[in-house]
Every structure is written in structure tokens, then in C-alpha cells.
Design a protein around this ligand. Structure first.
Ligand SMILES: Nc1nc2c(ncn2[C@@H]2O[C@H](COP(=O)(O)OP(=O)(O)O)[C@@H](O)[C@H]2O)c(=O)[nH]1
Ligand SMILES: [Mg+2]
Length: 204
């Protein structure tokens, strides 16, 4: 019974993907963030509609996903310190960035996330300038909202220095729980709104 339902949830995504192909192109989105933030759990939740116990990501995972009213090709890249320099090759020409943060983590880890997030924005900003592409909008997912120590999105935004990012960097922060899937549809809709706004601005 359980297996059937899981198979169906995956098949529903396939059908939604095929139907959506007719109306809009897919956006390329890269999910980064420190190890254990919940990136792979989030990706598999979006893809299969249920919790999958993720193993630590050695290289990357990629899935085609329909969420938040958009079609996405999502790349989930390992976040361990030694592989973070690889993020650059994934984020170079992406349409959008998702930075997942464990909102319940201690101050030191949040500070580490702040530094890495600023770096990823700086590098993707520089590449987009060189490639004459728009700067990829950034969605910060304040994950693990089910845990008592979780910071709310406004507090996390401040701790991560989001208001200090360059004016040219579009960003938003959204609360979520990747285990239950709560907030993920809304988070992806927020990212889609950032992308749509940017695309409209470019057309004017
Ligand atoms: N409580 C809670 N645990 C989560 C949540 N999202 C992920 N996790 C757990 O955090 C751990 C790391 O998740 P994983 O997706 O592998 O993180 P990644 O290294 O960023 O890909 C796993 O044990 C997940 O079950 C969440 O929203 N709430
Ligand atoms: Mg992972």
C-alpha cells in the first residue's frame, strides 16, 4: 500500500512535469547550504511528495520538479566544507539559488552559513556580470521549523546579513520543514515570484 502511494506520488510529478512542459520552460536552480541543513531532504520531498531518509551527499543529486507554480531542474550539491569550492561550477549560470539553513543551529553554524552565503552570492554575481546574465535570485529556506530552537525567518534573515547584500541581489526568506514538507510549496512560489519579477524587469 505504502509502496503504491509512493510510486503514485512520483508518477504524479512526471505527469505534472509533462503537462507543464507545454506552457513554460524549466528554470535551473541550485540548492546549496552547509552540510545537514536539509538540502537533500527538501529536494526528495519536492520530488516524491514524502519523506526520504537522505544519505550524506557525496557529489550531487538532480531532479525535475514541479512546485510553487514553476517547473524546476533542481541541483542539490554536497555542503561539507571540503566540497564547498565546487559550488561555483554549479552556480555559474544558474537561474536561481536556494540556500538552505538549519534555523535551529547554534550561533557559530549560522555565522558559518552567513559567510558561505555571502561568498556564493558574490561569486554568482560576478559570473552573471561576466556572462551578461541577470543575477540569480536567492531564496533562503529557514529549515527545521519543527524544532523548538528554530529561529523565525525575520531573525534568521538578520543573522545571515541578508539586508546587507548588494541592492542588485534579489532575495527572500521562507520558513519550512523539509521532513513534513510544510512551507515548501510557498517557498518555491516565493522564488518563482522573484524570478518572474526579474524577467519582467528585463523585458521592460
Ligand atoms: N527536524 C528536522 N530534521 C530535518 C529537517 N530537514 C532535514 N532534517 C534532517 O537533517 C539531517 C540532514 O538532512 P540532509 O537532507 O541529508 O541535509 P543536507 O546535508 O543539507 O543534504 C537528516 O537527518 C534529516 O532528516 C527538518 O525540517 N526538520
Ligand atoms: Mg545532502
Amino acid at each position: 500500500m505504502c509502496w503504491c502511494w509512493e510510486g503514485m506520488a512520483g508518477a504524479v510529478q512526471e505527469v505534472m512535469w509533462a503537462a507543464a512542459t507545454l506552457v513554460r520552460p524549466a528554470a535551473h536552480v541550485v540548492v546549496v547550504g552547509l552540510d545537514s541543513a536539509g538540502k537533500t531532504t527538501l529536494l526528495l520531498r519536492l520530488r516524491y511528495g514524502h519523506y526520504v531518509n537522505a544519505v550524506p551527499t557525496a557529489g550531487f543529486n538532480t531532479e525535475r520538479v514541479v512546485a510553487g507554480g514553476g517547473r524546476w531542474v533542481v541541483w542539490d550539491v554536497g555542503g561539507a566544507e571540503r566540497v564547498r569550492p565546487l559550488w561555483r561550477s554549479y552556480t555559474r549560470a544558474t537561474d536561481a539559488l536556494v540556500f538552505v539553513v538549519d534555523a535551529s543551529a547554534g550561533e557559530e553554524r549560522v555565522e558559518e552559513a552567513r559567510v558561505e552565503m555571502a561568498r556564493v552570492c558574490r561569486e554568482s554575481g560576478a559570473s552573471s556580470l561576466a556572462l551578461r546574465r541577470p543575477r540569480p535570485p536567492l531564496l533562503v529556506v529557514a529549515n527545521k521549523q519543527d524544532l523548538p530552537a528554530a529561529r523565525d525567518p525575520a531573525h534568521l534573515a538578520k543573522a545571515l546579513g541578508l539586508p546587507d547584500l548588494p541592492e542588485a541581489q534579489p532575495w527572500a526568506v521562507a520558513p519550512a520543514c523539509a521532513v513534513t514538507g510544510e512551507g515548501l510549496e510557498e517557498a518555491m512560489a516565493t522564488l518563482k515570484a522573484l524570478l518572474d519579477k526579474q524577467r519582467q524587469g528585463h523585458r521592460q
